[in-house]
Design a protein around this ligand. Structure first.
Ligand SMILES: [Fe+2]
Length: 303
């Protein structure tokens, strides 16, 4: 990777090609991204009542805070309005909705300090989404719901685009995770005991890139990009939205970013919905990616 493109006038095909080479994209807020963030803010502000959501962590016991997020996040994820606005964003940014599949938009929160960094508000260590059974053609979309600053942002670690990291992805299978891990998220308040693929060697976090946009600005990056949650020292909770897309022709053609160190099994492809009519990816296509859970030592052995 060597470039960050701001509001480029590229076709979606050309953009995906660049994303698979590790380039990062930043877009100014679009009408639908503004609206999606406004919708998120509305739900957040309803959930926290009279408290300012960005500062509520300073006056709420952590259990009460978790209880609010445990209701709020799924309500946003599964609300039909969230999907509609997501489809609007894809259209406004030039995606062909009949060939673009997306997974539901997630709402994330990153609290200031060590208040809550596990379970329902997991603070992501450096990782590639492709360690979590994402296909190599996965593209991540990330939007801040409120203004962000460098000390409550998302970080990219560009040197690792080409450099393999020894990691625990060989023990990760997406089906096993969805059966056991996700359901217990709300119970993981102090520490997170769910098994996540992590780097198994020291990571040099710097140099790193933190892209700061206004609320509703859009970051696009490949799921193979090494990224992490910046430890939040801003004094406020950060709320953001993210979702993923794949283009069906790239999935069928096994295109995408090169896999340099992922050994996970299974696939997230069954979660994706077609941009036009919310149909799933045909099962014969998914099966091409659905490898059974077993430790693959081939990749790990030469890292
Ligand atoms: Fe991620």
């Amino acid at each position: 990777m060597n470039a960050i493109l701001f509001d480029p006038s590229l076709s979606d095909d050309a953009r995906r090609e660049q994303l698979y080479k590790g380039q990062l994209f930043v877009y100014s807020p679009s009408p639908s991204s503004r609206e999606l963030c406004a919708f998120g803010r509305e739900m957040i502000e309803d959930a926290f009542g009279s408290l300012d959501p960005r500062d509520a962590q300073h006056s709420l016991p952590v259990q009460d805070y978790v209880a609010i997020l445990t209701k709020l996040k799924p309500a946003f994820i599964h609300h039909p309005r969230s999907k509609q606005l997501l489809q609007g964003i894809l259209e406004e940014l030039g995606c062909d909705l009949s060939k673009t599949y997306f997974d539901v938009p997630r709402m994330r929160s990153a609290t200031h300090g060590g208040y809550l960094t596990s379970g329902i508000a997991y603070a992501f260590h450096p990782h590639r989404d492709t360690w979590y059974s994402a296909p190599p053609s996965q593209i991540n979309w990330w939007l801040p719901i409120y203004e962000i600053e460098p000390n409550n942002a998302l970080a990219f670690h560009p040197r690792y685009w080409n450099e393999p990291v020894r990691n625990g992805s060989g023990d990760y299978n997406y089906d096993e995770w969805t059966r056991t891990g996700r359901q217990t998220a709300a119970q993981q308040i102090k520490t997170d005991i769910r098994k996540q693929p992590k780097p198994e060697e020291p990571i040099e976090l710097d140099p790193q890139i933190r892209l700061i946009t206004g609320a509703g600005g859009i970051l696009l990056f490949s799921g193979s990009q090494l990224h992490s949650t910046v430890p939040n020292t801003s004094g406020h909770t950060r709320f953001s939205i993210d979702f993923r897309t794949v283009h069906i022709e790239d999935v069928r053609g096994k295109k995408g970013a090169p896999n340099i160190d992922s050994a996970c099994t299974g696939t997230t492809l069954r979660d994706y919905l077609r941009g036009t009519d919310l149909q799933h990816i045909p099962e014969d296509v998914v099966l091409e990616y659905d490898t059974p859970p077993q430790r693959t030592t081939e990749l790990a052995s030469h890292l």
